[in-house]
Ligand binder design. Structure first.
Ligand code: KE4
Length: 429
């Protein structure tokens, strides 16, 4: 399989774009080799600059739960484009999408749209601080909430992938109020809140982590966070940028039956276009300007083209949710079982964490991976070799041990069988 054109493009890109990519995790730095330059996506497939076809297990890092170029989304965007791309003024489209989000996620009574997940989490934290009058925030090691300065403390995703001890350019003063604790550690949270709970504005977490690899919450963990924040007047923020509309139509909070105070959304909600959102209790969201004193703004916030894609995505998911989410559960379970069996057959020690359509193969001897320390103990070199062997067989897996793979509803059982067969070869390589 020639990748000559990708290589040429990468060489050109590196001259004018840092690392040749517009987001570090795309750079293949931790898995070796050069990144593929993609020229098209169709359904469950990606096509690179050399016309090689791949089964896509990334889905643009989560948005494409319905695969690439989904007709209903493309049709809606194409129609909207003939009316222009942005007005910088309120539109009926935004009201429609806001109403759809409020209907889908009961904890969200009011919602503000932005252009990325980073903006959503950054703004939600500002609202929590403004609403409570407190400065301290708690996040968990290995969770990634975008690249706002104060959230780049022990972050997962690309920061973990590149092994960056911390992010340069973020003064210690900026992260001084960011407390980090291990994920899934109830005792640590209880001790912290006993000591300083009344000075903590919020907890923000991925209710199911994707950014240290897939790490679900231990039984009861989310309820403890809900109870302890309520008891201390702190807010509970679910960062559902990755899990929103993916793990259920109402997100992880629907799946686990937990009601956060604020929720951050991105990825799926934008239907593949640049759109994020944050929302929650009306009394909290009314702290946001122009109603309240917490300022947040954006030139392209609620952009009509992006919102149109989001409406088309949510319309499709709502109409088909009784079919799509059980189907994704089945695909995820089938892939998890297949990967474990293939690794066992090859005599390889791996641990597969999977929940719904999120899945990670940890190259580890550990029996469980429930936090960042566990995840970081994985053999990233072995993962890199496995990744490259999968790619050579036409399977486009996330190029990082610290990311989740994502399945889409346009994948078939035959696709899952194909991934498992390729994994067996790669485990034996
Ligand atoms: P964006 O600013 O990238 O739209 O969203 C930031 C974000 C916030 N919260 C969660 C839970 C997220 O997963 C993300 C972004 N996820 C990464 C992949 N794990 C995006 C991929 C990338 O950085 O290129």
């Amino acid at each position: 399989m020639s990748r000559e054109h990708s290589r040429e493009l990468f060489e050109r890109a590196c001259k004018v774009i840092p690392g040749g990519v517009n987001s570090p995790v795309r750079a293949f730095r931790s898995v070796g080799g050069d990144p593929l330059f993609i020229k098209a996506g169709q359904g469950a497939e990606l096509i690179d600059a050399d016309n090689n076809h791949y089964l896509d297990c990334i889905g643009s890092w989560g948005p494409l739960i319905l695969g690439h170029a989904y007709p209903a989304i493309i049709g809606a965007i194409s129609e909207q484009l003939s009316s222009g791309t942005t007005y910088g003024a309120p539109t009926e489209l935004e009201v429609h999408l806001a109403e759809a989000i409020v209907a889908a996620v009961p904890s969200i009574e009011k919602v503000r749209m932005v252009s990325s997940g980073t903006e959503a989490t950054m703004s939600a934290i500002r609202v929590a601080r403004g609403f409570t009058g407190r400065s301290k925030i708690l996040k968990f090691e290995g969770c990634y909430h975008g690249h706002a300065d104060f959230l780049l403390a022990k972050a997962g995703s690309g920061v973990a992938t590149l092994g960056l001890p911390e992010c340069a350019g973020v003064p210690a003063s900026i992260t001084a109020d960011t407390i980090t604790l291990p994920y899934n550690d109830v005792e640590a949270v209880s001790e912290l809140f006993a000591a300083e709970g009344d000075s903590i504005a919020c907890i923000i977490l991925e209710p199911v982590v994707g950014n240290m690899g897939c790490v679900p919450p231990l039984p009861g963990y989310l309820q403890v966070l809900r109870d302890i924040t309520a008891a201390h007047g702190a807010l509970l923020i679910f960062d559902e940028v990755m899990t929103g509309f993916r793990l259920a139509y109402g997100g992880a909070q629907e799946r686990f039956g937990i009601t956060p105070d604020l929720t951050c959304l991105g990825k799926v909600v934008g239907g593949g276009m640049p759109l994020g959102a944050y929302g929650g209790r009306a009394d909290i969201m009314d702290a946001v300007a122009p109603v309240g004193p917490v300022y947040q703004a954006g030139t392209l916030s609620g952009n009509p083209v992006a919102v149109t894609a989001g409406i088309a995505m949510l319309t499709e998911l709502l109409e088909r949710k009784q079919e799509i989410y059980p189907y994704l559960e089945d695909l995820g379970a089938k892939l998890s079982a297949g990967l474990q069996a293939a690794a066992k057959k090859a005599g390889r020690n791996v641990l597969v964490n999977q929940l719904g359509s999120m899945i990670t193969v940890f190259f580890t001897d550990l029996d469980t991976v429930t936090n960042y320390a566990d995840a970081k103990a994985s053999d990233t070199a072995a993962f890199g070799m496995w990744f490259r062997k999968m790619l050579d067989q036409g399977i486009y897996w996330p190029p990082s041990q610290f990311e989740a793979a994502f399945l889409s509803a346009v994948m078939t059982e035959e696709d899952i069988d194909r991934i498992v067969a390729a994994a067996e070869v790669a485990f034996n390589a």
